[in-house]
Each structure stands twice: as structure tokens, then as C-alpha cells.
Design a protein around this ligand. Structure first.
Ligand SMILES: Cc1cc2nc3c(=O)[nH]c(=O)nc-3n(C[C@H](O)[C@H](O)[C@H](O)COP(=O)(O)O)c2cc1C
Length: 341
């Protein structure tokens, strides 16, 4: 099966095509952004379960870049050692590690020490959120520097690849969407902020390590954007990224009709238009559907989120009736749990 075939994104070699997508756990009780024992167990388990790539949840580049007070962060050097240990644990289990660097913008719900929240335009997400202040050029410079410094720390922690969070209505996505960006200055250009974030990160991120973006292919709104608009945005940064991880929605409070594979056609559109590897995600927890996505050429890798929360051994279970060789490569104790006869 293609799901079990090795592949690579730039120099990142992966033992198969199965990815744990970033999923916020909000499990930092001390509000200090630091990795805890919980994160070790949570991320090492699916690596033991055979996933090739673990993408660590949205990790804030600054305190006000968090979604909640309980988010992980890489805004200071004291946060590096916890991530180093987490990387070691995941590597020992044979998987590679990417980290999703994020800024929540107007979707920041953190309150501990957060006096104001920032966004491209002063528009609240809905009545339950604070109204953000429109970012000026100084704010923008500072956030670009926050991305750069966090990327440096991620590299020092041994992270193998970076995923820049440009999806789900968070700050970068807010600059991309006409729903949330009604600026009149040069940042009206939907690709400019993303492009500058990538430039900032490239200043410190090693040339041989992969870097990609997670995008929302559409915001599902009439005033918003569709996949063709996003293709134009990404064409402008095409040379600065090695892959695209394709999700959708989150800019405005519209919940799309979701069904198995509902985002796969977006991954295919982006793959064909940009000629970059894509990661497909979204209700792909049937192994046969995941295999179809790969065999049909819609994407190069598949990510399963909630399926892995339910069962970190998702891939081993998928292998049991389908890919005996994969189970035979596992340690004896695991083979005991997945007996072939
Ligand atoms: C609990 C939870 C937390 C999530 N946190 C993030 C996140 O930090 N960053 C992100 O880009 N997507 C996040 N997502 C979206 C997932 O990465 C994934 O795209 C989504 O769950 C759809 O995949 P699935 O149907 O396999 O679960 C989250 C999803 C869940 C269920």
C-alpha cells in the first residue's frame, strides 16, 4: 500500500506517508508555554504507533499569539529544553517532528497578562471575542521578528521541519482573507504578510530543512475567498515553501458540511497548480479512503487527527489486515498486540 511507502519532503525522509496533524491540547496549566510530561506521552505514543511525521500543535510565537492561556509557546529561550526532550522522545520512536508556528491574531482568547489583541483590521471574530486593534507597521515588524526568533528556537530544539500556520482564521489567514483584511495600506495585498513571515523565518531556518504552510483553501463565505484565490496567493510564495498542508475554514463562524474526504479536492487543486507536495487532512480515518487519496494522486501524504486521538496505534491497526510486512518490522511486544494469526 502507498500509505506505508517511504517518501520525502525536501531533505525530510519519512518512513511512510502517515502524519499526525497539529492539534492543540491546551495542556499547559502553568500558562508558561512549556512542554510538560503530558506532551511527551501524547506525542510519543503515535510515533510508537508508526506515524512517520508528528506535527506538534499550534505553538505560539508570543504570549498574545496564543489561542488560550494553556497553549505551547516558543517565545523565550527557557522554553527550548522541553521541546528538545520532546523531539528526542519522538525521534527515539522513529518518527520525524515538525512544529506548527502560530499567531492567533483576533482569535486570541488568552487573558493572563494580555492587555490587547491584534489583527490586520479591527474586526472581532464574533460577540464572544475581544475586538482587536489594527496592527501598525511597528506591530507587524515585531510579529515578524517573533516568528523569526521562534523558528530559531525550534531549530535549536532539533525540530526537523516547520509548518507555518496560515489556516483556520488565525493571524496569517486574517491577512489573506478579504473577510478580515480591509486595510488600505500595502498589507491589503493578501500574500504580503505571509511572504514576509516566510522571509523572516528563512533568515534563521537551515536551508536544508523543510518548511511549509498550512492553509485554509476557502473560508466558505460569500465575501471571502475560494481555492483559486488561494492559489494566486500561494503562487507568490511558491519558491519559499516545500509543501502545502491543506485544510479549510475557520476565518468566519461558518461551519461547512463535512464528510469523509471533504477537503481532498482542495489538496489536489493546490498540488496541480503549485506543483508542490501536499498533505491532505479531514475525515480520512478510514484506511482505505486514505489509500485512495494517495493512489489517486490527490496528495502525497495523509494526516489523521481525531482518529489518532482515539487510537494512537491507528496505523498498526490499519496494517493488520492489509500490510503484514509493516507489523513484522515492529518490536516483538507490539506484534504481540497485533497478532498476524
Ligand atoms: C482537538 C483539536 C485541536 C486542533 N488543533 C489544531 C491546531 O493546533 N492547528 C491546526 O492547524 N489544526 C488544528 N486542528 C485541526 C486538525 O489538525 C485537523 O485538520 C482536523 O481535526 C481534521 O482532521 P481529522 O478529521 O482527521 O480530525 C485541531 C483539531 C482538533 C480535533
Amino acid at each position: 500500500m502507498k500509505l506505508f511507502e517511504s517518501c520525502s519532503i525536501k531533505n525530510l525522509s519519512l518512513r511512510n506517508r502517515f502524519v499526525m496533524p497539529p492539534m492543540c491540547t491546551y495542556m499547559v496549566p502553568a500558562h508558561d508555554g512549556k512542554v510538560t510530561h503530558f506532551h511527551q506521552a501524547h506525542y510519543v505514543a503515535p510515533a510508537i504507533g508508526g506515524a512517520a511525521l508528528i506535527i506538534i500543535e499550534a505553538t505560539a510565537v508570543s504570549p498574545e499569539g496564543r489561542i488560550s492561556d494553556n497553549d505551547l509557546g516558543l517565545w523565550n529561550d527557557e522554553q527550548i529544553p522541553g521541546f528538545s526532550q520532546l523531539v528526542e522522545g519522538i525521534h527515539e520512536a522513529g518518527a520525524k517532528v515538525a512544529l506548527q508556528l502560530a499567531h492567533a491574531g483576533r482569535k486570541c482568547m488568552a487573558t493572563d497578562g494580555i492587555a490587547e489583541i491584534l489583527a490586520p483590521s479591527s474586526l472581532a471574530y464574533d460577540d464572544t471575542y475581544r475586538t482587536p486593534r489594527e496592527m501598525n507597521e511597528t506591530d507587524i515588524e515585531r510579529v515578524l521578528d517573533d516568528f523569526k526568533e521562534s523558528a530559531r528556537r525550534a531549530n535549536e530544539a532539533g525540530i526537523d521541519a516547520l509548518e507555518i500556520h496560515a489556516a483556520h482564521g488565525y493571524l496569517i489567514n486574517q491577512f489573506i482573507s478579504p473577510e478580515t483584511n480591509i486595510r488600505t495600506d500595502r498589507f491589503r495585498d493578501p500574500s504580503l504578510f505571509l511572504s514576509l513571515v516566510l522571509d523572516a523565518v528563512h533568515q534563521v531556518w537551515p536551508k536544508d530543512k523543510a518548511i511549509w504552510v498550512r492553509v485554509s483553501a476557502t473560508d466558505y463565505s460569500l465575501k471571502g475567498y475560494d481555492v483559486n484565490y488561494l492559489i494566486k496567493v500561494l503562487e507568490k510564495v511558491r519558491t519559499k515553501i516545500d509543501a502545502v498542508h491543506v485544510s479549510s475554514g475557520g476565518v468566519v463562524p461558518i461551519v461547512p458540511q463535512a464528510y469523509p474526504g471533504y477537503q481532498v479536492s482542495f489538496a489536489k487543486d493546490l498540488k496541480e497548480a503549485l506543483m508542490l507536495p501536499t498533505i491532505a487532512v479531514g475525515m480520512l480515518s478510514s484506511p482505505d479512503l486514505a489509500e485512495y487519496v494517495l493512489q489517486s494522486g490527490s496528495a502525497d501524504l495523509v494526516a489523521v487527527g481525531r482518529g489518532l486521538l482515539r487510537n494512537p496505534n491507528w496505523l498498526l491497526e490499519a496494517a493488520l489486515p492489509r500490510q503484514k510486512e509493516f507489523l513484522l518490522q515492529q518490536p516483538a511486544y507490539l506484534q504481540g498486540g497485533f497478532p498476524l494469526r
